[in-house]
Design a protein around this ligand. Structure first.
Ligand code: FAD
Length: 378
């Protein structure tokens, strides 16, 4: 029995059709090139902007779709379903909301139309070579000099690091003040002193450009500060909840899709005069995976409705991220096993998921950090 989904409205489902068609028509055929190049081409971003796939929940007055989180969730679900990986979600639903929520009217008018059009691609730079989990210990500094901020430091593992036009940089504006000395500053990547390092060779997620970024006396106008000075840590704690929940949304759909593909595979694959499906071990494993997929779907849809209604707390988002990524990883491992040697060949979706999804237990805040957040309320 499938879980009845009643979280989406009619307009969401119409949007799903648009998204799936776009991913199948514009992204799937280019996927192999992106995987080889380690980056998605800019033209695809602009096409996505024209088709209304970027900034879906941003206000229409800034070029957005005027939708809600349901539209963002549908993009994450469809990426997982179709099996393509482009960081539209990071751009539209993780970084852009900081501008929409904290930006002044002038900042929103200056930046958001380009974001929605796919002309200004966004990245967020929190993690540093010296550490990612302990955000308040970051060492990149921003010092006020007249009407400018002067930024020095380095960041690593930054998604969209190569292609981005603007980066939300987490900086220390009062190094002695710990969490109370963190600020968020938007940095255009054509500023003097900004440099991208090497494109990092990752285990998976090969179509996404992940890079080191260096800031050497980078000067940006004072008006590039988002929100208030030294309030950045609180802003991050608020908005990271959505980032973590989007990971859970993608994980639930990925698990359902991989399960369907694995069932198809084992029913077709022959061994010992029958198929792999005929072994009780196979069916028992698949039964367990189905039970996990249903439990995850039920949880994610409950939280999805709550997020659209009132916004999830940090604790709820941590629970969703922790549970979804641990369950997905365990099930992927079992499904690789059911595929035998083909489970290790990258042309099979299960192998691609094996290399792509391991990182979900680490990024967006590691699952150990999620456990810390969850136990804080106990
Ligand atoms: C493909 C990819 C894309 C990424 N994209 C971005 C991006 O766009 N922007 C960005 O800023 N970062 C990004 N990251 C970085 C990612 O968010 C960090 O890797 C992650 O937060 C962990 O930080 P770290 O790697 O420094 O590990 P560390 O902080 O060094 O942690 C190492 C280990 O110690 C554990 N640990 C740390 N603190 C605790 C604790 N309190 N209790 C128990 N265990 C703990 C961790 O869970 C982990 O297992 C990306 C990473 C990858 C690999």
């Amino acid at each position: 029995m499938e879980v009845v989904r009643n979280v989406y409205r009619e307009d969401h489902e119409q949007f799903r059709t648009t998204v799936r068609r776009f991913l199948e028509r514009e992204c799937l055929p280019r996927q192999e090139t992106w995987l080889a190049d380690g980056i998605v081409d800019r033209e695809t971003w602009q096409k996505a902007g024209r088709e209304g796939l970027l900034g879906t929940s941003l206000p229409e007055e800034y070029g957005g779709g005027g939708g809600d989180f349901g539209h963002a969730a549908i993009i994450a679900e469809e990426m997982a379903h179709v099996g393509v990986s482009v960081s539209f979600g990071l751009h539209s639903d993780i970084v852009a909301p900081y501008i929409a929520r904290l930006g002044t009217e002038e900042q929103k008018q200056r930046w958001l139309p380009g974001v929605c059009a796919g002309e200004t691609i966004l990245a967020v730079a929190i993690t540093e070579p010296g550490g990612g989990s302990d955000v308040k210990a970051c060492r990149t500094t921003a010092v006020r000099d007249g009407d400018e901020w002067v930024i020095n430091g380095s960041k690593t593992f930054i998604s969209n690091g190569f292609i981005s036009d603007m980066v939300m940089v987490v900086c220390k504006t009062d190094p002695a003040a710990g969490a109370k000395g963190v600020s968020l500053i938007m940095v255009e990547t054509n500023r003097e002193g900004f440099r991208r390092g090497r494109k990092l060779h990752k285990v998976g997620m090969h179509s996404q450009d992940t890079a080191e970024l260096f800031f050497d006396n980078v000067r940006v106008p004072a008006s590039n500060l988002l929100g208030e000075v030294n309030k950045g840590f609180g802003y991050l704690m608020h908005d990271l909840a959505q980032e973590r929940f989007i990971i859970a949304v993608g994980a639930a759909s990925k698990l359902e899709r991989l399960l369907a593909q694995t069932v198809e595979y084992v029913k077709d694959r022959k061994a010992f005069g029958g198929t792999i499906w005929d072994f009780q071990n196979t069916r028992f494993k698949l039964a367990d995976i189905k039970a996990n997929a249903v439990a995850l779907r039920t949880m994610v849809d409950y939280y999805l409705a709550e997020h659209m209604r009132r916004g999830l707390s940090g604790e709820e988002a941590a629970i969703a991220k922790l549970y979804s990524t641990e369950v997905l990883w365990k099930c992927i491992d079992d499904m690789v096993q059911l595929h035998g040697g083909y489970g290790y060949m990258l042309e099979y979706p299960i192998a691609r998921a094996f290399v792509d999804m391991r990182i979900a237990r680490v990024y967006g805040g590691s699952n150990e950090v999620m456990r810390e957040l969850i136990t804080r309320k106990m």
